[in-house]
Design a protein. Structure first.
Length: 332
């Protein structure tokens, strides 16, 4: 196993072939990438692509997977920075964003992993650069460990590895801890339901960013609009509660069923990114996560929270490009 180390990669230089160009400038005013429903291998998902289908010939494909309660819009800035080197596809997992789950979908991590693997296989692009954040990190780790032929490189951003600290501060609203309890749960659910989309968005950013004030107002407005659009989707609450429950179930698993075992099975060149101010999954898990990977490298970002791809997209893009370069891959 290759020892994991920390690094702060510089922008690619002139000696790295297809990676010689500098990153495009970060534009926080860009709207989310265009979204549409796509079906591959019988899996129908709402996805967002960084560029039109007509211009993707010959480019590597990057697939972005959001975390619990997130969506494809979590990758707007990072995907735009990486678009010159990889044709980006950000998925809404079943029950999240605007992907309607199949009637019998059970929202386990295994089911999410299976759907994502089938979708990637159906793209017909060959192995992809796979990037996952939080719950999406756990799902992409499970996929990379079980279906190595589908994964060219793996990037895990604060992946949901086992972290059983019982801290209310890990929730966007402490009342969420009460929502599914008898008696008091009804009051908590009513109070949570009364939050405006703007209030919901603000609470998420307060939890996930080390510096919530750095989140652009335009992005906050987009997030609030998305929360408002999802309020009345009949599957949204079920997706959240059941996916959460299965994360805890998997965290308690031992042996071959554990996420640690899945990480040990990953053969693709891998990057682990963590913010040292992560309030959701402790940054203390970072070193172990990277060590478990056979070919893993760790990037720790100071003064960054749980969604580094949103809070520090340029630093993450530089590290991802270095991973892609070191793996000997790149776009056209």
């Amino acid at each position: 196993m290759t020892p994991a180390g920390t690094h702060s990669p510089e922008p690619p230089g002139d000696d790295v072939g297809t990676f010689s160009a500098e990153l495009p400038p970060l534009d926080r005013t860009l709207p989310p990438w265009p979204g549409d429903y796509e079906e591959a291998s019988g899996v129908r998902l709402h996805v967002r692509r960084t560029e039109p289908a007509s211009s993707r010939n010959g480019a590597d494909t990057a697939v972005y997977v959001h975390g619990l309660g997130g969506s494809s819009t979590n990758w707007t800035d990072l995907g735009a920075l990486l678009a010159p080197w990889g044709s980006g596809i950000a998925v809404d997992l079943p029950g999240f964003g605007f992907s309607e789950p199949e009637p019998d979908f059970d929202f386990t991590l295994a089911a999410h992993t299976d759907q994502l693997a089938r979708y990637i296989e159906g793209l017909g692009t060959g192995p992809v650069h796979l990037l996952g954040n939080s719950m999406g990190g756990a799902i992409t780790a499970l996929l990379a460990g079980s279906r190595p032929e589908l994964v060219k490189t793996l990037t895990l951003i604060s992946p949901a590895v086992p972290d059983l600290r019982p801290l209310p501060s890990r929730l966007s609203d402490p009342r969420m801890a009460l929502a599914y309890l008898p008696v008091v749960g009804r009051t908590a659910r009513k109070q949570l339901a009364a939050l405006t989309p703007r209030e919901r968005a603000e609470r998420v950013i307060e939890l996930c960013f080390a510096d919530p004030s750095s989140f652009p107002e335009s992005r906050l407005a987009e997030l609030a609009e998305e929360h408002g659009s999802r309020l009345h989707l009949p599957w949204a609450m079920t997706a959240m509660s059941r996916s959460t429950a299965d994360i805890f179930r998997v965290w308690l698993a031992r042996g071959p069923s554990s996420i640690w075992s899945a990480l040990r099975a990953v053969t693709a060149p891998s990057l682990v990114v963590w913010g040292d101010k992560d309030k959701v999954i402790s940054a203390r898990k970072a070193q172990r996560t990277a060590r478990m990977l056979r070919n893993g490298t760790l990037l720790m970002l100071p003064e960054v929270g749980h969604v580094a791809q949103m809070e520090r997209p340029t630093a993450v893009a530089q590290a991802v490009l270095e991973l892609w370069r070191s793996a000997g891959t790149g776009g056209s």
